[in-house]
Write a protein that binds this ligand. Structure first.
Ligand code: FES
Length: 147
């Protein structure tokens, strides 16, 4: 039985949207304390639409595949849709991840949320802190860890 789906292998071998966006409107960096993997997402947002998204991931194959798929899922979409993206949706779009690799897709969800929070903060856009519940408690975001 194959451990990884074809889609996971495809996005791992040929990740989409790898790189950096200069002057990004939002940047989110998160890490998983246990495995040490780090994911950084860059967003370009115009009129509430995510016009471009890039990522850098220093981590396992599932984390790279999850980042790649997550960027594909939010590119061209409104901010609110990106906010609603769950790690479950990322894993499903990859035709599943092994149970012990599900946390890799969580990293993708958290990185996107962190980038959107950065976008809101940079632009002084008011938001309900409840939409970023993890940011208050998880401590994954490097910005939260600074200082
Ligand atoms: Fe750490 Fe996959 S093992 S993100």
């Amino acid at each position: 039985m194959a451990l990884y789906s074809e889609k996971v292998m495809d996005h791992f071998r040929n990740p989409r949207n790898v790189g950096v966006i200069e002057n990004a409107d939002g940047i989110g960096e998160v890490g998983n304390a246990k495995c040490g993997d780090i994911m950084k997402i860059y967003l370009k947002i115009d009129n509430d639409i995510i016009t471009d998204v890039k990522f850098e991931t220093f981590g396992c194959g599932s984390a790279i595949a999850s980042s790649s798929m997550a960027t594909e899922l939010i590119k061209g979409k409104p901010v609110c849709e990106a906010l609603a993206l769950t790690n479950k949706a990322v894993a499903e779009a990859l035709d599943g991840l092994p149970a012990h690799k599900l946390h890799c897709s969580v990293l993708a969800e958290e990185a996107i949320k962190a980038a959107l929070k950065d976008y809101y903060d940079k632009n002084n856009i008011a938001y309900d802190a409840a939409i970023f519940p993890d940011c208050a408690s998880c401590g994954h975001c490097s910005s939260e860890n600074d200082g």
